[in-house]
Ligand binder design. Structure first.
Ligand code: FES
Length: 308
C-alpha cells in the first residue's frame, strides 16, 4: 500500500501561461520523505481524482515539495481544480514519492524537455550540477511565455537551448552516440517518439523517457470474467468492453487510479487467486507478480480474487 501524507499548499506561483507551481509542506513543519530526481507524487484531490505530478524542487530540501501543474485543455477535472481552488492553506493528500524515471550515474547527460515535461528534469540538472557531470538541456515550447521555469534556466548559459516555437533539432541535440552518455526525455508523446527513433541505434539503456500521455494500451478484451473483492465482499462481472477498474468503480468499490493506461502503478492491486493477464508497463513481468494493474490487465481464468 502506498503511504499517504497530509500537506498544505504553502506557496503558489504562476510560472508560465497556464502553469502554476505549488509548494507543499506538512502543517506541523515535519520533514517530508526523501526523494531522488525523476520522482513523482500522486495528489488526491478533495473531489476524488488522483493526479501525478513530478517533483521539481530541490531533492535536498526536506521541508517542502514543489510541483508544477499545467491547466489541461480540456481538463479532466484535476488540473482545473488545482488552478481554481489550490491556494495557500489548501489541504491536500499526497502519496510518498515514487520514481519510474530514476537518474542513473553517467559521464554526461542530454536532457530533452517539451512543455511541462521540464519538471522532472529540473532536479536532474540540480543533481548534475552537484556531481559536476556535464549536461545540456534542449527545451521546447509553443512560446516563451508558455515555458515554465525558462528564466531560471538562463543563468546556465549555452548549456540551455530554449526552443520557443521551434522544433528541437534532434540530430544536433543528441549528437553521435557517445560512451557513457545518458539521455533523459520528458514531454508530449510526439516528442518522445521522435527521440526514441533518433536514439534507436544507441546502446540499450541510454535513453530514459517519462510519458504523461498514454500509448493507447488496450483496456478491453475479447472475453469477460468475474472478480471477487476479498476486502469489500463485492462480486463484479468484467465484460469484454470494460476494464477491471471501471467495473469495480461502477460497483462502488473504492480504488486508487491515475493514468488508467498501465504505466503509473497507482492502481496496483494484490491478486489472491487466479491468473492475471498482465498488460501494463509498470510491473516486472519476468517473474510472477502477485499484484496486477487493474486499469488495463485482465484475466487468464474465469475468476480473479483481488485483495481490495
Ligand atoms: Fe496507472 Fe493503473 S492507473 S497503472
Amino acid at each position: 500500500m502506498i503511504s499517504k501524507y497530509s500537506v498544505t499548499v504553502a506557496g503558489r506561483e504562476t510560472v508560465a501561461a497556464g502553469v502554476v507551481a505549488l509548494t507543499l509542506a506538512t502543517a506541523d513543519g515535519s520533514e517530508l520523505p526523501r526523494w531522488r530526481p525523476g520522482a513523482h507524487i500522486d495528489v488526491t484531490l478533495p473531489t476524488g481524482p488522483t493526479r501525478q505530478y513530478s517533483l521539481c524542487g530541490d531533492p535536498a530540501d526536506r521541508s517542502s515539495w514543489r510541483i508544477a501543474v499545467l491547466l489541461e485543455q480540456p481538463s479532466r477535472g484535476g488540473s482545473a481544480w488545482i488552478h481554481d481552488h489550490a491556494t495557500v492553506g489548501t489541504p491536500l493528500t499526497v502519496s510518498a514519492p515514487r520514481n519510474l524515471f530514476e537518474l542513473e550515474p553517467a559521464k554526461s547527460y542530454v536532457f530533452v524537455a517539451g512543455g511541462v515535461g521540464i519538471t522532472p528534469l529540473l532536479p536532474m540538472i540540480t543533481d548534475a550540477e552537484r556531481t559536476g557531470t556535464p549536461w545540456a538541456l534542449w527545451y521546447g515550447g509553443r512560446s516563451r511565455s508558455s515555458m515554465a521555469f525558462a528564466d531560471d534556466l538562463v543563468p546556465f548559459g549555452d548549456r540551455v537551448h530554449l526552443m520557443a516555437g521551434e522544433r528541437i533539432p534532434l540530430s544536433e541535440a543528441l549528437g553521435t552516440p557517445g560512451d557513457g552518455v545518458a539521455v533523459y526525455c520528458c514531454g508530449p508523446e510526439s516528442m518522445i517518439s521522435a527521440v526514441e527513433a533518433a536514439c534507436d541505434a544507441w546502446q540499450p539503456g541510454t535513453l530514459h523517457v517519462e510519458r504523461f500521455v498514454s500509448d493507447g494500451a488496450p483496456v478491453t478484451g475479447s472475453t469477460g470474467f468475474d472478480v471477487h473483492c476479498a476486502q469489500s465482499g463485492v462480486d463484479v462481472r468484467v465484460e469484454e468492453g470494460t476494464s477491471v477498474l471501471d467495473a469495480l468503480l461502477a460497483a462502488g468499490v473504492e480504488a486508487d487510479y491515475s493514468c488508467t493506461q498501465g504505466f503509473c502503478g497507482t492502481c496496483e492491486t494484490p491478486v489472491l487467486e487466479g491468473v492475471p493477464d498482465h498488460r501494463d508497463e509498470y510491473l516486472d513481468h519476468s517473474g510472477t507478480p502477485d499484484t496486477m494493474m487493474i486499469c488495463v490487465s485482465r484475466s487468464r481464468c474465469p475468476k480473479l480474487v483481488l485483495d481490495i
